[in-house]
Ligand binder design. Sequence first.
Ligand code: PLP
Length: 383
Amino acid sequence: MTDNKYQAIETKLVHAGEPRIDGAVRLPIFQSAMYEIDPDDARGSRYIRYFNTPNQVALADKLAALEGGEAAVVTGSGMAAISATLLTLLRAGDHLLSLDSLYGGSHELITGLLPSLDISHTMFDGNQPETWPQLLRPNTKAVYVETITNPLLRVPDHEAVIAFCRQHGLIAVIDNTFASPINFRPPEFGYDLSLHSMTKYLNGHSDVVAGAVIGQAEPVEKIRRTLLSLGGALDPHAAFLVNRGVNTLALRVRQHNESSLKVAKFLEGHPKIARVSHPGLKSHPDHARATQLLDGLSGMIAFEIDGGADAAEEFFSRLKIPLIAPSLGGPETVVTRPTTTSHAGLAPEEREALGITDGLIRCSIGLEDADELIADFDQALSA
Ligand code: PLP
């Protein structure tokens, strides 16, 4: 449950949810699968797959406090959080309105697994609210979006999403991974459920796979119950590591925000760059909305080099600092082509319709010196 003792997010990152057991400043790792049953203990039976052991609960309580949610549950991956949430909210015969540009794994869940369970969906353009009412069906239950889309970094009209959901009695669900609680806090904004791949910014050290669901107590408890059947629990050691990473989230994310904008501005001015997408650039179609709604614009950049996929591969081979790897939000800068990684599961026509070209490069700017990164990008482009 939410720890309301602290006001500022920086203070919550350090102190919220911390039980400070036996005077220990850091919560030790409780590497125990099960706990003795105490008939007087309201917590009932405790077991790692019940999501109610000390490291899991401390981390969940911190997350709820960070985003202003009533409760949270931490999971073994971001996809565990996303799949358990959608499988809790939607039943056979239900319909989901889903943003047209999503992380590839979420797209596959919604277009592959859910239809096999008779759960249908319609994709919508997050920037055209006037088109949404005609997509509604009598069986529409929920709307699913991302704060900043993967990989093209569009920022949907979140105010319109909340108004639309309120008007039509729909549950508003958002994947807040790219923004992190430093840049956006969906429960405070009006979203019912906020989902995270904690693998990215929340953990922030590229050494754990983890997820979270944050929101009102009742739906979070229902999702936890679904997870009891699906499994997907977060191990206490991994929960400990994520909790440690979260302490420095504000410092890290603000550095990612600043460095990525600096690199994006450099790329925008480079003659070999065909297009750059970063919501902090004035040329970005959602720049005004993004800067108004979000406290920062993440460490992500999408760009294309003249010459498409071949030019991108050539550029990768010349880079000295960034690693060519999937995922994001860690201390090291990574580059990938979404066609070969995060969006490889989409059909070529689907990618084309979304603007995910073969040459598109997705870059997660890390915590290295931004000027040194720019110099490296410059030499790799000039070669
Ligand atoms: N959501 C977003 C926006 C992602 O980028 C990812 C992974 O890349 C996920 C969810 C899935 O997270 P995980 O790999 O922790 O299951």
